[in-house]
Design a protein around this ligand. Structure first.
Ligand SMILES: [Fe+2]
Length: 208
């Protein structure tokens, strides 16, 4: 059993014009696939060979195995990112909407903060909408930084690595972030907000 590449939950062209099919083809088929393949290569023949992806990431954290962490966390983050976007229009459900208002003032204020934090993040990384109870926050992580194992749980994430937007936007990360706002999958965020556990995302850990 090995971890497998999370299938895109939509067609490669489904997020156009915000994110092009060419970007998704390379981002998913090359970048994400490479993280999955390298994770499998690193755990082959070890006690983690049959482990789900979350367990691999958490084991790498516990053993301070940076090489395995970088590959496995990137594999997980990308699976979460694909599900954080959708071509279907959506809005936060009533419980999440109330938490957003309580934490940020309004949905527009939250979205502005997501763009600002993503734009202000230095170098490669991720911009997350996180929840700890009903307290929501926007945080960024560097490189492969991943929230698995933290008390706060992720609701949505936007990839701010250059490979997420450079083909479409060149160096204009802000334009990518603003375009991505209309794609946020609030149904997925609602599901994550309702979870009682911090990191059980079975749809991201399919195995062969
Ligand atoms: Fe990426």
């Amino acid at each position: 059993m090995t971890i497998t590449l999370t299938p895109l939950p939509y067609a490669e062209a489904a997020l156009e014009p915000a994110i092009s099919a060419a970007t998704l083809a390379i981002h998913h088929g090359k970048h994400h696939k490479a993280y999955v393949d390298k994770t499998n290569a690193l755990v082959a023949g070890t006690g983690l060979a049959d482990a789900p992806l979350e367990a691999i990431v958490l084991d790498a954290v516990a053993r301070k195995d940076g090489k395995l962490f970088n590959q496995s966390a990137q594999a997980w983050n990308h699976g979460f990112y694909w599900h954080s976007l959708t071509p279907e229009s959506s809005q936060p459900g009533s419980e999440l909407a109330a938490a957003i208002t309580g934490s940020f003032g309004s949905l527009d204020d939250m979205l502005t903060k997501l763009v600002d934090e993503g734009l202000g993040h230095f170098g490669s990384g991720w911009a997350w909408l996180m929840a700890e109870g009903n307290a929501l926050s926007i945080t960024t992580t560097h490189d492969a930084g991943c929230p698995l194992g933290q008390a706060a749980r992720p609701l949505l994430v936007v990839d701010v690595w250059e490979h997420a937007y450079y083909l479409d936007r060149k160096n204009d990360r802000g334009a990518y972030l603003k375009a991505a706002l209309s794609l946020l999958n609030w149904r997925f965020a609602d599901e994550n907000f309702a979870r009682s556990t911090a990191w059980t995302y079975p749809e991201l850990t399919t195995s062969a």
